[in-house]
Structure formats: C-alpha cells, structure tokens
Design a protein around this ligand. Structure first.
Ligand SMILES: *Cc1c(COP(=O)(O)O)cnc(C)c1O
Length: 367
C-alpha cells in the first residue's frame, strides 16, 4: 500500500533498517539519565538545527504529540489571553483546548480562500480588546497561527507571520507547523514557538513532537514560572539544558528522528522539491474531470497537503478504487469530510509514487 494519507503518513523506507539498528545497538533500553542518552539527545538537537536551519540560540524540546503542545502552551505560556487566527479544524481544536483553561482566549475565524492581512488581524485584536475594556494588546498575549491547516489544505504565508511580528514586537507568536515543519523552509526568527509532531513531514512513526522556542519565548517561560504540571514548559526547558527530559521519553522515536535527520537533505533542497511537486499536483487537478483543488486562492494553498473537492459519491468511489489499486488517500476532515479528500505531499513520498498515483487518476473512470 502506498501511503498518501496526511498523517500518519508514509515513513521513510530507511526506517526498516533503523529499527533493526535501534534494537541491535541496545538503544531501546537506554536509561534516560545516562550519558549515552544525553549524547544522543545532543546529537538529535544538533541535527535538527543543522538540517532545518534553526538558529543556534533557539531551544528545542520534545513532547509526545502536537496535541500535547497545545496543552503545554495553554498551561505555561498563556497568562490570561491568547488570540487564535484560524480557518479549520486543527486551529479550532487548539483554540478549544486553550479556551477550556483560559476563558478569555479569543478566536478569529477566516474563510478558507481568504488571504489574512495585517489590517484584519489588527481589527480583530482591537475588537477583542474593546470587549475586555482595554486599549491595546497585553504584552503577554500569545498570538496563535496554524501555519498549515491540514484539515483543508491551506497555509498562512510566512510573510503574514513576519508582518504580525513587526507590528506586535512585545507579544509572543506561536505556530502550529505540524504538517509543514521539515517540509518547507521557515523563517524561524519570525515567530517564537514552532511545533510539529513527526508523523507528517518528518516521515516517522507517531509518538513524538518537536517544539522550537526563541530566546524570547524561553525568557517568558522563566518569567511566568508555571511549574504545576509534569509537562510544564519550565521543567522541559530546564531538563533539556542537561539534554534530559522530565519523564522517560520515546527513546525509539528520538533515535529514529536522529537517523532520519542524519540522512536527510538540507531543508532548502527539500523545500524546493516540495514546492515544485505541489505546483505539479495543483496543475494536475486543475484540469481533472472529476476533482478540483478545494482552495482557489493560490496564495494560501498548502504546499504539503493537497485538498481536492468533488461530488461526495465520486469521492467515496475514488477512495475505494484507490484502495484496491494499492493507494491510501487521506479522507476529508471535519466539515469537508464528504466532499473532499486529501493527498500528502510529504518529502518521504517518492517521485515515482507520485507518478503512479497520477497515472491511476488519469486511468480511473467514474460515474
Ligand atoms: C496532525 C495535526 C495535529 C495533531 O497532531 P497529533 O500528533 O495527533 O497530536 C495538530 N495540528 C495540525 C495542524 C495537524 O496537522
């Protein structure tokens, strides 16, 4: 089965050998306070910074999922309020989990084909502040973007995040990059918190998440000093200084991440490849008889998750036929469940596999 699901997604074929290796090297039973573990952790962090071009002064910590990252941020970095700019199911969930803990958190929902712009974001903040009787955004507010909204195949252009940072230099900007980190290149310095789980663009099995923090974010973590949870960001930051974790971590996941990053090209090259492939997918479906890109606005189309729209009967039929032909497609999600399906454009998928799937689409006739 060739996996085009958008997460969990195709793992790098080399994982098979890395698993064997992990067993043979005895890494699986490594005590997480041992020197060997700390050496491995150090190497994982070094490789992430090197291959993803993360600035050296940024801190990297690990969690078990992007969902856990939502909770960690709500616990440790939201003081009273966060502002969520969202247009889909994952952004909404992030907002929901934060709202459970902070009733004053606000969301601004935009349409999937809309390009966000700084004026609109400013207007949202202004109205939100008026509701709470304040003139301007609190310095400690957390501004939240879902950079790549996996549920509908949109992305927030990095330029917008940059402009928001220029306009709001005191606040922290947090970015859910779960389905784009390690797929496209980021301007890391334009946000303070970036996180992702590894079962999407990293081409790894699920069960590990990566959070990247600016110096400003780490300083804020210490300033707030929240330490009531096993996964309080303060404790995670303290432990990682020693290349350790707060609890026994997913050692196998860390090992696989290390080996995959060792083998991977630099993000600049991966980014180039992913963008060309995305262009190719969109062009392919712009002339397809049954399915069209869900997103018309080219500026906000995701490079890593291609969402296709069609009649619900045809969506059901194509998924079934694809399965018989040996392809796993991604289902539609949430309110796009029936009338869309999704194709992962993640780095672990090969050129040849894409060709095979395109041939399948060209050859398959539907009612
Ligand atoms: C997949 C995904 C998540 C959830 O990831 P988990 O690892 O299942 O917690 C969160 N946000 C986005 C944008 C995603 O694509």
């Amino acid at each position: 089965m060739i996996n085009f699901n958008v997460g969990p997604s195709k793992v790098y074929p080399a994982i098979q050998n890395f698993l064997q290796e992990a067993y043979e090297t005895g890494i699986l039973g490594l005590p997480h306070r041992s020197q060997e573990f700390m050496d491995m952790m150090k190497k994982v962090i070094f490789l992430l910074k090197q291959k993803l071009q993360i600035p050296p002064q940024y801190t990297i910590i690990f969690a078990s999922s992007a969902t856990e990252c939502w909770e960690i941020l709500a616990q440790s970095l939201v003081v009273s309020k966060s502002y969520h700019l969202l247009n889909g199911a994952f952004g909404e969930k992030w907002y929901q989990y934060t709202h459970y803990l902070h009733r004053k958190s606000e969301k601004h929902v935009f349409e999937i084909n809309d390009s966000l712009d700084v004026e609109r974001i400013q207007t949202f903040f202004t109205f939100a502040e008026r509701r709470s009787g304040k003139a301007e955004l609190e310095d400690k507010a957390l501004i939240c973007f879902t950079q790549n909204e996996t549920s509908n195949g949109t992305q927030v252009p990095l330029e917008i995040i940059k402009q928001v940072q220029e306009n709001f230099p005191k606040q922290l900007i947090a970015v859910d990059a779960t389905s784009s980190m390690a797929g496209i290149e980021f301007a890391w310095q334009n946000a303070d918190i970036w996180y992702a789980s590894v079962q999407k663009c990293f081409g790894l099995p699920a069960g590990l998440a990566i959070m990247v923090l600016s110096e400003k974010a780490v300083a804020r973590v210490y300033e707030i000093g929240e330490h009531k949870h096993y996964n309080s960001l303060l404790k995670l930051c303290e432990q990682i200084q020693k290349f350790q974790t707060t609890h026994t971590p997913n050692v196998l996941g860390l090992y696989l991440l290390m080996r995959v990053m060792e083998n991977n090209e630099n993000i600049k090259d991966i980014d180039k490849k992913i963008r060309i492939r995305a262009e190719n997918w969109y062009r392919f479906f712009e002339k397809h008889p049954y399915f069209r890109p869900l997103i018309h606005n080219e500026k906000v189309r995701s490079s890593t998750v291609i969402a296709l729209q069609g009649k619900p009967e045809r969506i059901a039929a194509i998924k079934e036929k694809a399965k018989q032909a040996g392809f796993r497609l991604g289902n539609g999600y949430d309110k796009w469940k029936e009338n869309t399906f999704r194709i992962a454009n993640f780095p672990a998928i090969s050129e040849q596999e894409i060709k095979q799937l395109q041939d399948f689409f060209l050859q398959t006739e539907l009612e």
